[in-house]
Design a protein around this ligand. Structure first.
Ligand code: ADP
Ligand code: ZN
Length: 625
């Protein structure tokens, strides 16, 4: 069942059926091997373009490609997307009524589809495997393959049925796809699916078009509002730590004129679905959500992901931010950081029952705080978490690389901070937390300071040269650098480590990050950003309106018609002939036929009304003779 393909043929299929001109990293290799009849395991990040790896072979091969996916909610959109490209596809799941399911079965027996999506539960239905044998199956693709492993975060017992599938179809090639797999899960996938001499592809998890930024959380609602107002046409997700927080944020944004809705697991399934649909259909710009939101959406044009509160771990943070910018256009990931959030989480952690849980949670929190406060490249820190090294000095696309933090000779403040810890311990016989140390340094007359007589220490009121937030940041930096230990087991009490004691005794020179209590101006320019497509923004807006109208007529999300990439390229190149339009990324034959005229007309009208707009583009275009 192998298929001798050549690169030209694959590229032509890519353009004709999907409208794309080139492959994303590793797509071509995966597709060639899978077409060639090999079992393949592919680990690609979100936005890496996993679907194409089985969709393109399905178009080239005779027979049916069966895709197993746990995400029932996504199947319809996937099938709509394929149909928009003229590729016959369908899905079977519990959402269909009997008549509809029957219709689809009949067409499956008649061999009318190229792609079939099913949930793993379906494999257990009596008779289904027998039916499969008669449908001329050519390939199997297992999406979200990590669900097969008990070591993964998303184990689905039904996935175990897949080994039966292998028994029944020992010679058909399998493609296993996932965006998350530790080494252990990876091995598990290979053995459970019994992949035969599989070709394994692991792409970089770097997402070059995402900008990472951490901002000090001050008046966070105002910060989020300003951000959303500065991007009125962009879709964004704001993650919040609690259900209540999602609702109150959505309310306040609404009141300030931003279309926003909440999403959390406490809402009725119907309400949840409505809000999600409204977001996917570009009717609501901002969704305020708990981490329950995201798995079930494929929206490629999420332009920003904001974390209003500190995430619990780096892996979650990476996955959540990963939902931005799947289309490859620039997108922003902003985290609002406050030491108060750290304290709150430490409190939660200390209330956990088991030792083990507390250990794991506090280590994860430590890494998250490190990400937030480090002056290293954010990308480098994130990738290191997935054991991937980042070979460059400056990524140019995170706050730390764009505005490197300055360091100062911090020997004096470090000495003051550490000796204050030492003096308190010496005088009282017990340790205290970071805030109390800062109180003493700043000469506070708080109840505790007075009660414990810490106003008589030699380190009392010796820190006036810095603000409270600066001292707190110094303290946390000294913790990160290993001079001080913070023990979450006992109310986050500070203690000098042996490194700290030596530094204090020997007056070792220590450099610290220069305090940034002043807010940095936001970088507004998108010029030069990775993946950016400069275009005429007003034509882009017009084309979005055309797209929305078509989407409404056909009852599909706008991105199914054309992605933002396609629209921006149109608003850059001003195509006025079919030939020119077909050069645009994402415009395949079927879409050209179906939607070409609507968009060409809109562009022509725009050019008539704005005769100067296209001049530059016209000069760069050679018309067909
Ligand atoms: P994943 O499942 O890995 O997150 P998807 O398959 O959903 O990724 O693809 C993400 C987006 O990238 C989709 O909008 C898809 O149309 C687009 N895409 C995939 N491959 C290409 C390509 N070769 N060129 C341009 N766009 C692509
Ligand atoms: Zn960087």
């Amino acid at each position: 069942m192998s298929y001798a393909s050549n690169d030209d043929e694959i590229l032509q299929t890519l353009k004709r059926h999907f409208g794309h001109d080139s492959f994303r990293p590793l797509q071509k290799e995966i597709i060639s091997d899978f077409l060639g009849g090999k079992d393949v395991f592919a680990l690609l990040p979100t936005g890496g373009g996993k679907s194409l790896c089985y969709q393109l072979p399905a178009v080239m091969l005779d027979g049916l490609t069966v895709v197993i996916s746990p995400l029932i909610a996504l199947m319809k959109d996937q099938v709509d997307g394929l149909e928009a490209n003229g590729i016959p596809a369908t899905f079977l799941n519990s959402s269909l009524n009997k008549t509809e399911a029957k219709k689809r079965y009949a067409k499956l027996f008649a061999g009318e589809y190229r792609i079939l999506y099913v949930a793993p539960e379906r494999l257990m239905l009596s008779g289904f495997l027998e039916d499969l044998r008669q449908w001329n199956v050519s390939r199997f693709a297992v999406d979200e393959a990590h669900c097969i492993s008990e070591w993964g975060h998303d184990f689905r017992p039904e996935y175990r049925q897949l080994s039966n599938l292998r028994n029944l179809f020992p010679d058909l090639p399998f493609l296993a796809l996932t965006a998350t797999a530790t080494d252990r899960v990876r091995t598990d996938i290979l053995t459970q699916l019994r992949l035969k001499n599989p070709k394994t592809y692991v792409a970089s998890f770097n997402r070059p078009n995402l900008t990472y930024r951490v901002e000090t959380k001050q008046a966070v609602f105002q910060q989020i509002l300003r951000f959303a107002q500065s991007r009125p046409f962009d879709s964004g997700i704001v993650y919040c730590h609690s259900r209540k927080a999602t609702e109150s944020l959505a309310d306040r944004l609404q009141q300030s004129g931003i279309e926003a809705l909440p999403y959390h697991a406490g809402m009725t399934p119907l309400k949840r679905m409505e809000n999600q649909e409204s977001f996917i259909r570009d009717e609501t710009k901002v969704i305020c959500a708990t981490i329950a939101f995201g798995m079930g959406i494929d929206k490629p044009d999420v332009r920003y992901v904001i974390h209003q509160d500190l995430p619990k771990n780096v892996e979650g943070y990476y996955q959540e931010t990963g939902r931005a910018g799947r289309d490859g256009l620039p997108a922003a990931c902003v985290l609002f950081f406050s030491p108060g959030d750290v304290a709150k989480q430490l409190q939660f952690i200390s209330e956990k029952r088991s030792w083990k849980e507390r250990d794991v949670a506090s280590e994860q929190l430590r890494q998250m705080v490190h990400y937030s406060e480090s002056s290293e490249c954010r990308r480098k820190t994130l990738l290191a978490y997935f054991s991937e090294s980042w070979p460059h000095e400056n990524c140019g696309n995170c706050d730390n690389c764009q505005n490197p933090k300055k360091t100062i000779d911090g020997t004096v403040p470090a000495q003051k901070f550490m000796s204050c810890i030492f003096r308190v311990q010496q005088a009282s016989g017990f340790g205290v937390g970071i805030n109390h140390i800062v109180d003493v340094l700043l000469g506070s007359k708080s109840e505790k300071v007075l009660k414990w007589g810490h106003n008589r220490l030699s380190t009392y009121n010796i820190g006036q040269e810095y603000k409270r937030a600066d001292w707190q940041a110094f303290g946390r930096e000294l913790i990160r650098e290993g001079y001080i230990d913070q023990n979450p087991e006992s109310h986050s009490v500070l203690e000098l480590t042996s490194k700290g004691r030596i530094a204090l005794r020997e007056r070792t020179s220590i450099s610290l990050t220069q305090p940034t209590s002043v807010e940095k101006p936001e970088r507004r320019s998108r010029l030069g950003q990775t993946g950016a497509i400069e275009c005429d923004e007003s034509l882009f807006a017009t084309l979005r309106a055309v797209r929305k109208e078509l989407a409404n007529e056909q009852g599909v999300p706008p991105y199914i018609i054309f992605s933002d990439v396609s629209l921006r390229e149109m608003a850059r190149d001003f195509p006025t002939h079919e030939e020119q339009l077909s050069e645009i990324s994402g415009v395949g034959l079927k879409k050209l036929e179906r939607y070409g005229e609507s968009f060409l007309n809109a562009i022509k009208e725009f050019l008539e009304a704005n005769p100067d707009a296209g001049i530059e583009a016209l000069e760069n275009t050679s018309f067909p003779a």
